[in-house]
Design a binder for this molecule. Structure first.
Ligand SMILES: Cc1ncc(C[n+]2csc(CCOP(=O)(O)OP(=O)(O)O)c2C)c(N)n1
Ligand code: SF4
Ligand SMILES: [Mg+2]
Length: 305
């Protein structure tokens, strides 16, 4: 989003901007990444959005973007993208739309859709070689409905639906590998706190055709329980500790674009977030902390060399 567009957004009365007048959270890491992504993609973008926090960005007929916005059910965004792509192709074929005015079709959903409810529709769209970019802002839970756990929630995190002494018993699904197994045009992980890495990947994705996925880890102050001022620091720690590997899949190969060396202890990342406070208080859970560190170490050992 350009500063001009952002000013335009702020100039709107809040009731027009966000319907209920409720602003999105300060320090939203998803919004930070989306600002940066839109700076590269630009106004020739049609967003196809499934229900989640970013849905608050559009209240008919307003959005803070210059392009268009289509809202779909949680499981259906890639199907919506297929319809938009088909309509554009037909208009171009019938010379009712000049090819130079073609638009980039971009699915924008949270992890609830991308890792879970929408995965079947996504798999079908990749299979059909749909020409679209899928942006998942991954706040590791159902943020909009109060941070219930999702398929992207990390092991041991406390959520509204995993409040026990050990937090979430499951493990974060590996969406990057699930997409890569479909052999699409492009898959990348990004984070708003590393804007140069992010911008290069969005530019790469923009120039390719076919199914392309961008997963942006999205530090979420209320869901992860930290001060909104810490969003960038926590994002950088996710990378520096090796918890969020920055990588891309292109031409059939996976490349790590930023290898943290030496890696900081995972604890430095966990300590900053209330959702992991039970690992430190009332007493330190050394075994669980070690398990979390071991998982990260094993990942980096498996990709070394
Ligand atoms: C089929 C369906 N189930 C549940 C909901 C209620 N709902 C709206 S937003 C949301 C959370 C979505 O989570 P995610 O995709 O991670 O986006 P976030 O809210 O975190 O931005 C849910 C469960 C819905 N809209 N549709
Ligand atoms: S709940 Fe989290 S993801 Fe949703 S708007 Fe707030 S900070 Fe952003
Ligand atoms: Mg989410």
């Amino acid at each position: 989003m350009t500063s001009h567009e952002f000013r335009r957004m702020k100039d709107l009365p809040s009731t027009q901007l966000l319907g209920s007048g409720t602003p999105m959270c300060a320090g939203c890491g998803g919004l930070e990444a989306l600002h940066e992504i839109y700076d590269v993609l630009g106004p020739g973008t049609v967003f196809v959005n499934a229900a989640g926090c970013m849905t608050l960005l559009a209240v008919y007929p307003f959005t803070p973007f210059r392009g268009s916005w289509l809202y779909t059910a949680m499981a259906s965004a890639p199907a919506g993208a297929q319809g938009v792509r088909d309509a554009l192709d037909i208009l171009i074929a019938q010379q009712r739309l000049p090819a130079r005015e073609d638009l980039q079709v971009v699915v924008l959903t949270g992890d609830g859709s991308a890792y879970g409810m929408g995965l079947s529709a996504t798999s079908g769209a990749i299979e059909r070689d749909l020409d679209f970019i899928y942006i998942c802002y991954d706040n590791e839970g159902y943020g909009n409905t109060g941070q219930q756990f999702s398929d992207a929630t990390p092991h041991a995190a406390r959520t509204a639906t995993s409040k026990g002494p050990l937090g979430f018993s499951g493990y974060k699904k590996d969406l990057f590998s699930i997409w890569a197994a479909h052999k699409p045009a492009y898959v990348a992980t990004v984070i708003g706190a590393e804007p140069l890495d992010l911008a290069r990947k969005i530019e790469t994705a923009r120039q390719l055709k076919g199914p392309r996925l961008i997963i942006a880890l999205a530090p979420c102050p209320p869901g992860w329980d930290f001060d909104p001022r810490e969003t960038a620091d926590i994002g950088k720690l996710a990378v520096a500790t090796g918890v969020w590997p920055l990588k891309e899949y292109i031409d059939g190969k996976v490349v790590h674009t930023k290898v943290p060396h030496p890696r900081q202890p995972v604890e430095a990342y966990l300590r900053k977030q209330g959702r992991f406070a039970h690992l430190f208080e009332p007493q330190r859970n050394a075994a669980l902390l070690q398990e979390l560190q071991d998982r990260v170490d094993r990942y980096w050992e498996s990709v070394a060399g």
